[in-house]
Design a protein around this ligand. Structure first.
Ligand SMILES: Cc1cc2nc3c(=O)[nH]c(=O)nc-3n(C[C@H](O)[C@H](O)[C@H](O)COP(=O)(O)OP(=O)(O)OC[C@H]3O[C@@H](n4cnc5c(N)ncnc54)[C@H](O)[C@@H]3O)c2cc1C
Length: 498
């Protein structure tokens, strides 16, 4: 065992997406950032196409943005979280501009703001059309590289959180090394890659969430997994499925099947369109997005690559020319509303543990995320966590010779997750999934997170937001589910020493 004494007592940030980098940049003391891949790679943040929502337009205000968020959340948003995070939108944009994010402008001063589905105002700040996430990350990475206070450990992941007497005392890394610390900040992203062909990067499998749960942290809203209706339906060799932005449908492209027939209204909400496509595929059809001759004559022919350069580039990699042929699409997991339950400082239920970004659950999104609110949440909550840690006592760590926990596996359960806890769910499928994963959960992180999603989905017998029970009961179940592993019979808090 090797203790990294050089970093002893420093806050450790697990994850280098927008949430992690925002936390690192807002801290006022030296910190370590664990980044499984070189900075900017393998983070969902860098893949975001649409942009970051904030009420900064002349015709907009925070109350309207809050209202849209709460409507999308289908009765389960935590209004305090909505107020705090949506209210921080304008200041988030100001800081990002200060840090050099080149948001696309309209004229000399104003930002060019896009309209997205379910937003009542144009409020999506974006960078270079569909490269918003990459543009934001590029600017933050430059800030991080310029800071001598931030040490980035490339190729390193957090494996376990070391808890003594109910408090975080250190973190174990995949390298077998240990960092003694009283401040662990999880920013590990979502869990989409637990499913087959999600839009998320392959690192988003919920391993950080599993580590937090094993350390005793409460989880919340785990059943709510958002599907995007239009991922590119191509063989990716097990990699993530490229996303075809909703903006393409917004610009006039239509959904058709192999017979050329339309079968749904493309402008319905993300959930409804995903369900319509899932049902049509279950009936044996293939589904395509046709940008050649769109709704109301709004075809995108010849302008597709100008309007959506990033998407056109990806299509070209698979031999698809959207100007000349329909784009094969299918729904894919896109975002996890659930995660490590936190308060508005990002504190988890275990002292010394904070979580921010997609791995966390503040209650902002309720049962369904409003598009482009997640980059905002990642930035704002990364900042909130840092401010809280800045005010925390700088007590000396005192963890000597910790015993290394056993290594956990992370097998692939994608087909089982798709089948049991996909877009259309029922009791039988969820029960089968829970029974399959639960016995594996003590030794496998993916099984643990999958079992937690399935257990919560089984318990919610109604359809709400992104959670659709085909056998759903009429009776509403308006509460949110918060639980620890112990509550759902998956307790593995104190792992046996290796
Ligand atoms: C294709 C796509 C498009 C999207 N478009 C938009 C959009 O337009 N607007 C919007 O608001 N949202 C969008 N989203 C959602 C949004 O990008 C994410 O919710 C957000 O970026 C999450 O940020 P994050 O920092 O929490 O996680 P990420 O950016 O995913 O970063 C997580 C980091 O943690 C690392 N990590 C994982 N496990 C560990 C571990 N055990 N130890 C250490 N590090 C670990 C990862 O490698 C990565 O560096 C999109 C998502 C996708 C997939």
């Amino acid at each position: 065992m090797m203790t990294l004494t050089r970093f002893a007592g420093w806050p450790v940030i697990a994850g280098a997406g927008l949430a992690g980098l925002s936390a690192a940049l807002h801290l006022d003391r030296p910190c370590v950032v664990l980044s499984p891949s070189p900075l900017g790679e393998d983070a969902a943040s860098a893949l975001a196409q649409g942009g970051l929502a904030a009420a900064i337009g002349n015709d907009d205000d925070v109350a309207l943005h809050m209202r849209d968020t709460i409507e999308a959340g289908d009765g389960l948003c935590d209004t305090r979280a909505v107020e705090a995070i949506i209210g921080a939108g304008p200041s988030a944009i100001a800081t990002l501009l200060d840090w050099g994010v080149a948001f696309t402008r309209k004229g000399e001063t104003d930002l060019d703001l896009h309209l997205e589905a379910a937003h009542s105002r144009a409020r999506i700040a974006h960078v270079s059309g569909d490269s918003s996430g990459a543009g934001i990350m590029q600017a933050l990475i430059a800030q991080v590289r310029a800071s001598s206070r931030i040490v980035v450990l490339d190729g390193v992941t957090l494996d376990h959180i070391h808890v003594i007497e109910g408090r975080v005392r250190g973190v174990w890394l995949n390298t077998g090394q240990f960092i003694p610390t009283n401040h662990c900040i999880l920013a590990c992203g979502g869990a989409g890659a637990l499913y087959v062909g999600a839009t998320s990067p392959s690192s988003n499998t919920g391993r950080g969430l599993a580590a937090a749960a094993r350390a005793g942290a409460r989880l919340a809203d785990m059943e709510f997994v958002q599907f995007h209706p239009t991922a590119l339906d191509v063989e990716t060799g097990g990699g993530r499925s490229p996303l075809i932005s909703e903006a393409v449908r917004g610009a006039g492209a239509v959904l058709i099947d192999e017979t050329g027939e339309r079968f749904t209204d493309e402008l319905h909400s993300r959930d409804r369109v995903s369900r319509a496509i899932a049902r049509h595929r279950l009936d044996g059809h293939r589904v395509f997005l046709d940008a050649r001759s769109g709704r109301g004559g709004k075809g995108l022919k010849q302008v597709f690559s100008r309007q959506f350069p990033g998407i056109a580039r990806v299509c070209a990699q698979y031999g698809i020319d959207p100007d000349r042929m329909p784009i094969p699409v299918r729904p894919a997991v896109h975002y996890h509303m659930g995660g490590v339950a936190t308060d508005l400082h990002g504190r988890a239920s275990v002292p010394g543990l904070w979580a921010c970004g997609e791995v966390a659950c503040t209650g902002l999104h309720g049962a369904n995320r409003l598009a482009s609110n997640s980059l905002l949440e990642a930035f704002v909550m990364g900042r909130a966590v840092a401010w809280d840690v800045n005010n925390a006592a700088r007590d000396r760590h005192s963890c000597q010779n910790p015993i290394r926990p056993p290594r956990l596996s992370s097998a692939s359960f994608g087909p089982q997750m798709d089948r049991g806890a996909g877009i259309l769910r029922d009791r039988e499928g969820l029960q089968a999934l829970t029974s399959y994963l639960t016995p594996l959960a003590s030794r496998d992180d993916h099984a643990l997170v999958g079992a937690a999603i399935a257990s919560a989905a089984l318990r919610r017998r109604e359809s709400r937001g992104s959670h659709w029970r085909v056998d759903g009961e009429d009776s509403a179940c308006a509460g949110r589910f918060h639980f620890t592993l112990e509550d759902i019979g998956l307790q593995e808090r104190s792992l046996e020493p290796a």
